[in-house]
Design a protein around this ligand. Structure first.
Ligand code: G
Ligand code: G
Ligand code: MN
Ligand code: NA
Length: 253
């Protein structure tokens, strides 16, 4: 409850900020996208993990203003990089269930795109399998979002307990293979089989795949050989500030 009170002030006090983790397009060898990740520098308690405060934000309803701020800041940042001379970068933003199921969620996202003047194709929204609890409602919302021109990714794919049948209903563009599978490609034959299965299924369903949590060169080599589309992980870069991304971008190309 104490942390909830602090979180309430965090937005106004500018204690929240975004970092961006680059994603490497394996076909072109270029950085064409980033994932936005929220951080909280608490004035007294120091760095607090989103793994801790996002659930608090979700339970308290603070995820609505915080989520809106995240979305707007991320879209604005892409425009800033563009103004600084970088080629177009797509930004992936994590959405919480409460954000998507709030009244007018689609209009709110549309307004952010209009306000920031970001072309919708440069925004990817990340949902999770846990959001499949109300398939009908979710399907309606996702189709409206797709109509705006944004793309949809399923985050942490394979870790939920949901049936795969939502893949028939949801207009999904991309699967993000959870890092728990990727990190054991070398050591665990079940994890390797699951990664192979996801890649094969995605190909048949014409979905893009982002493999997350790549930390070792062997994992990268395997994913290149398996024709995975995109990778994200500490091997390439940890999440960084907008300035660091911009400065390193030139070096990486
Ligand atoms: O960045 P890190 O690995 O510490 O993130 C921990 C968790 O917090 C992850 O599950 C991640 O999806 C979530 N998270 C990070 N940034 C955001 C955000 O902007 N919005 C939401 N809803 N979740 C986020
Ligand atoms: O749940 P979600 O996939 O949105 O969470 C992304 C989180 O994963 C980020 O907080 C980021 O810090 C973390 N992450 C990104 N790359 C790696 C990696 O290579 N290894 C580990 N352990 N974590 C990573
Ligand atoms: Mn994510
Ligand atoms: Na993930």
């Amino acid at each position: 409850l104490l942390l909830e009170n602090d979180l309430h002030d965090a937005l106004a006090n500018q204690e929240l900020f975004l970092e961006y983790q680059p994603q490497l397009d394996l076909r072109t060898g270029q950085i064409k996208s980033v994932e936005a990740l929220v951080r909280w520098q608490h004035p007294k308690k120091g760095w607090i993990s989103p793994g801790v405060f996002i659930p608090i934000a979700e339970e308290s309803g603070l995820i609505i203003p915080i989520g809106q701020w995240i979305l707007e800041t991320a879209c604005q940042q892409v425009k800033r990089w563009e103004a600084a001379g970088l080629p177009p970068i797509k930004v992936a933003v994590n959405l919480s269930l409460g954000q998507l199921f709030q009244q007018n969620s689609v209009e709110i996202i549309q307004n952010v795109l209009e306000k920031t003047q970001l072309k919708p194709k440069y925004l990817q929204l990340e949902i999770t399998e846990s959001m499949t609890i109300n398939i009908d409602h979710m399907t309606t919302i996702l189709h409206k979002l797709k109509a705006l021109g944004v793309t949809i990714a399923v985050d942490d794919f394979g870790t939920g307990y949901s049936s795969l049948s939502y893949l028939k209903d949801f207009p999904i563009d991309c699967l993000k293979i959870d890092r728990s599978f990727v990190q054991k490609i070398q050591s665990n034959s079940t994890d390797k089989a699951l990664v192979d299965m996801i890649l094969s299924m995605a190909k048949h369903l014409q979905l893009k795949v982002v493999a997350e949590g790549i930390e070792e060169i062997e994992q990268l080599s395997y994913l290149v050989a398996s024709q995975c589309d995109t990778i994200q992980g500490f091997l390439l870069s940890k999440p960084v500030s907008p300035r660091t991304f911009q400065e390193n971008y030139v070096t990486l190309h």
